[in-house]
Design a protein. Structure first.
Length: 279
C-alpha cells in the first residue's frame, strides 16, 4: 500500500469515528467502544476490499458483509454513510423514533445492510449460509463477517466455525475484533475463550493475526485470505476499544453508554485533532 492511499484511508476512518460519536451522542445511548475499535477494519473493507455499489445496494454479485456483533451498528452506519449509501447527516437520527438507523442493523430498511443482527452468534452463522449459497449457485462473491471477542464466548460461534470448515468455505472471512474487553470487564476474566488462533486452526481454519489499526497489515491479511483454498480464513484483529477518543480507550465502561455534552465535546476535539494531524 502506498503512503498516499494509507493516509486517505486514515482520514476516512477518522471521519467514520466522528460519525460514530455524533450518532451515539444524538441517540443518548449506544455502543461507542466496540464501534470505534472496528472503524479501521470497516473502512478498509468498504473503501478498498469489497466489490460493492452504493447506488445499487442489492446488486446480485456484490460481496456480502455481516456485522455479527450487531450492537456496534454505529460503526457500520457511519461507514455506509461515508461510503455513499445514505447521507452522513442521517447518522444523527440513530435510535430516534421513526429513524431507520436503530440500535442494531436492519436489512430491510437500511441500504447496504446485508443481514439483520443483534443476537450474538447469529451473524457469523448467517454469513456461513451466504458463503455456502454462493458455492451452490457457483457465484464468486465473497462474504465478510466481524465477530466480537466477547461474542466468541457464544457456543453458536463455534458451531459456525465447525460448519465453515466442514464445507470448505474459502469464500468466507471472519474478522475477530480482539479489543480484550466486554461489558462486564476483561474477556479473559469473564469467560476466557482464548487461545483463538489455536482453537480456530484446530477447527480447520486458516488464521492470521494483525494490528486492527494498521491498514498495510489489514491489506496483507485480506490478500492472503483471497489466496487460501479449501478452508475459511479468520483474521484476529488486535484492536483498542474506544480507539481515537482519549478517555474511552481501553475502558470497558464505554462499551455501552453515550457521552454527555461535556465528554462529547472532548471526543470530537480528540478526533478533530487527529484530522488536523492527517492533513
Amino acid at each position: 500500500m502506498d503512503k498516499t492511499r494509507e493516509l486517505e484511508l486514515k482520514r476516512i476512518a477518522n471521519d467514520v469515528r466522528i460519525g460514530i460519536i455524533e450518532g451515539v451522542y444524538s441517540a443518548g445511548c449506544g455502543h461507542p467502544g466496540g464501534s470505534l475499535s472496528i472503524a479501521d477494519v470497516l473502512t478498509y473493507l468498504y473503501f478498498e476490499e469489497m466489490n460493492i455499489d452504493p447506488k445499487n445496494p442489492k446488486w446480485e454479485h456484490r460481496d456480502r458483509f455481516v456485522l455479527s456483533k450487531g450492537h456496534t451498528a454505529p460503526a457500520l452506519y457511519s461507514t455506509l454513510a461515508n461510503r455513499g449509501f445514505f447521507d452522513v447527516e442521517e447518522l444523527k437520527t440513530l435510535r430516534h423514533i421513526d429513524s431507520r438507523l436503530q440500535g442494531h442493523p436492519e436489512m430491510k430498511g437500511v441500504p447496504g445492510v446485508d443481514m439483520s443482527t443483534g443476537s450474538l452468534g447469529l451473524g457469523i452463522s448467517a454469513a456461513c449460509g451466504m458463503a455456502l449459497a454462493a458455492k451452490y449457485d457457483k457465484k464468486d462473491f465473497r462474504v465478510y463477517a466481524v465477530v466480537g471477542d466477547g461474542e466468541s464466548e457464544e457456543g453458536q460461534v463455534w458451531e459456525a466455525a465447525m460448519f465453515a470448515a466442514h464445507y470448505k468455505l474459502d469464500n468466507l472471512v471472519m474478522v475477530l475484533d480482539w479489543n480484550g474487553l466486554q461489558i462486564d470487564g476483561p474477556i479473559t476474566e469473564v469467560m476466557n475463550p482464548t487461545p483463538h488462533d489455536e482453537k480456530l486452526r484446530a477447527f480447520g481454519w486458516h488464521v492470521i493475526t494483525v494490528d486492527a489499526h494498521s491498514f498495510p497489515e489489514i491489506e496483507a491479511a485480506l490478500k492472503e485470505a483471497r489466496e487460501v483454498k479449501g478452508k475459511p480464513t479468520a483474521i484476529i484483529a488486535v484492536s483498542v476499544k474506544g480507539k481515537g477518543v482519549s478517555y474511552m480507550e481501553n475502558k470497558c465502561e464505554w462499551h455501552g453508554q453515550a457521552p454527555k455534552e461535556d465528554l462529547y465535546k472532548v471526543a470530537i476535539a480528540d478526533l478533530e485533532k487527529i484530522a488536523e494531524e492527517l492533513k
